[in-house]
Design a protein around this ligand. Structure first.
Ligand SMILES: Cc1cc2nc3c(=O)[nH]c(=O)nc-3n(C[C@H](O)[C@H](O)[C@H](O)COP(=O)(O)OP(=O)(O)OC[C@H]3O[C@@H](n4cnc5c(N)ncnc54)[C@H](O)[C@@H]3O)c2cc1C
Length: 473
């Protein structure tokens, strides 16, 4: 199964639009389905949790619509799938637009923009790192005018969601009865001590990065259950799907439009395509859009909710003029830094890696096979919270695999000669000031949205010079 999936990934060609999911088998009018109380668009990280919590109320019916199909045994191996699932139907297949200040080593100066399309959404293909962020991040959201999103408001829900089972945790900061298991995984012998000493020299001490003080170095906490990816699908749907008759999950169901009553501006249903058939369904209570950071703005704009001028250019009837798709932020990471050592890491066959996995051992129990994580203030201590995340991994995959995952151009791929002797450090900017956009190419759901993260473009040069300057030099 593993080798079949790896082979299939190397031959897979990513789609350039959504047409394969939207082809209608006839021109028959839409079939109306019986109304439900709630329609949730997208069975990803958010949608699965919402479906679970709403169906606790036995009198409410919930229809969970997901464009992708089922997760599978391969996606359960977090160390493999996070590298190879990118080249499968589970990835929507997006790229950024060509960037002026970033992605310069990638084909056409476009960065790959992987997004999950399956039960569990991106949590079925992500690296599984459980890092909640800093309490001040949430307080900032609240202070920007979002009551209910401050740290004191959200923290009880983090506790409720998770079951942290690893040793050495700051116990008061973790939940222990929730559905989503969080664990650490085994280490590469001899490495943890060296890295810890090096970071201690820089004043970054060991400690739980989801504990009292985030500015620490630690083993990575993963959403992991034994050896299996604890996607939100596993955590919040498995075990409930059969017993809750009020929950209906419809896979391969691509929502093309939210139906909105124009005079009252009230959403009352959706239109979707499943296996070549067009359907409409109404919600008596709410339509919830949890299609992810890229597809949610796409669906809203296709439904007439977005910037008036942009929608008018594309011939979409305006329902409500709102800045949908603007103010996009993403935590760009620098992936080109690795340190050669005199040790050899993981010089073992895939078969041996899988055997170790069955015994809950690294490297494949860890997302992207990574190992340690640190949060720190590299340059901007005045923020009061870390400005940089550093994730550390050894090179398990062949350089060619990584080069294609990042869509490196030939010149950069040639320089990317990571070996089994290397430690790889990924630096991710925590509070970028650059702002991008998600826009539509046309009024047709077949067309991919235009994703312009506008990386490293802020006028004062904070993202590149102030925040990253010292690392990159
Ligand atoms: C490769 C990768 C690695 C990552 N690593 C990490 C990590 O280590 N740690 C971490 O915290 N985060 C990580 N993330 C980010 C994390 O996975 C996402 O932030 C999170 O899953 C987003 O949740 P969501 O519910 O907003 O969207 P998603 O989980 O993406 O769910 C959206 C769902 O909606 C569905 N959908 C979209 N449009 C439609 C439509 N029109 N009709 C029907 N269904 C639709 C999608 O198919 C998808 O299933 C990673 C992401 C990726 C892609």
């Amino acid at each position: 199964m593993v080798t079949d999936n790896i082979t299939a990934a190397s031959a897979y060609v990513l789609p350039t639009d959504n047409s394969a999911m939207l082809e209608l088998s006839s021109s028959s009018p839409a079939t109306d389905i019986d109304p439900v109380d709630f329609i949730i668009i997208g069975a990803g990280s958010a949608g699965t949790v919402l479906a679970n919590r709403l169906t606790e109320e036995a009198n409410w019916t919930v229809l969970l619509l997901e464009a992708g199909g089922l997760d599978n045994n391969f996606t359960d191996i977090i160390g493999l799938s996070s590298a190879y699932t990118i080249f499968s139907e589970i990835n929507w297949g997006y790229n950024s637009t060509a960037q002026s200040n970033a992605c310069q080593g990638m084909e056409n100066k476009q960065c790959a923009y992987a997004r999950g399309k399956a039960r569990g959404g991106s949590s079925t293909m992500d690296h599984g790192v459980y890092a909640r962020g800093n309490p001040l991040d949430y307080d900032r959201w609240r202070d920007l005018g979002n009551p209910g999103w401050g740290w004191d408001d959200v923290f009880p829900y983090f506790l409720k969601s998770k079951n942290a089972v690893f040793e050495g945790q700051d116990t008061d900061f973790h939940g222990h009865v929730g559905y989503m298991q969080v664990d650490v995984t085994s280490q590469t012998p001899g490495v943890e001590e060296i890295i810890s000493e090096a970071f201690a020299e820089l004043g970054i001490n060991r400690g739980d990065i989801n504990g009292k003080n985030q500015s620490r170095l630690d083993r990575i906490q993963f959403t992991l259950n034994g050896n299996t990816r604890a996607s939100t699908a596993h955590a919040f749907l498995d075990g409930f799907q059969d017993e809750r008759t009020n929950l209906l999950l419809s896979l391969n169901s691509f929502v093309t439009r939210i139906l909105i009553e124009k005079s009252t501006k009230t959403a009352y249903g959706v239109e979707f395509i499943r296996n070549g058939e067009l359907y409409t369904v109404n919600a008596t209570r709410e339509v919830i859009v949890s299609g992810g950071a890229i597809n949610t703005p796409q669906i809203l704009m296709l439904s007439g909710v977005g910037p008036a001028s942009h929608l008018s250019e594309l011939g979409i009837d305006l329902v409500r003029d709102l800045p949908v798709g603007e103010n996009m932020e993403d935590h760009i990471g620098y992936t080109g830094l690795y340190y050669r050592t005199d040790k050899t890491f993981w010089n073992i066959t895939t078969e041996e890696m899988v055997r170790r996995w069955t015994e809950n051992l690294r490297p494949l129990t860890a997302g992207l096979c990574s190992e340690m994580i640190a949060f720190t203030n590299v340059n901007n201590g005045s923020l009061g919270r870390p400005d940089t995340e550093i994730a550390m991994l050894n090179s398990v995959f062949p350089p060619a695999g990584l080069a294609s995952a990042f869509q490196l151009n030939a010149k950069y791929a040639a320089a990317y000669d990571n070996t089994l002797h290397d430690w790889w450090f990924i630096h991710a900017l925590q509070h970028p000031k650059s702002r991008g956009t998600v826009k539509l190419q046309s009024n047709d759901p077949k067309d991919f949205p235009l994703i312009d993260p506008n990386f490293l473009s802020d006028e004062e040069g904070y993202d590149l010079e102030i925040s990253w300057g010292s690392i990159l030099t």
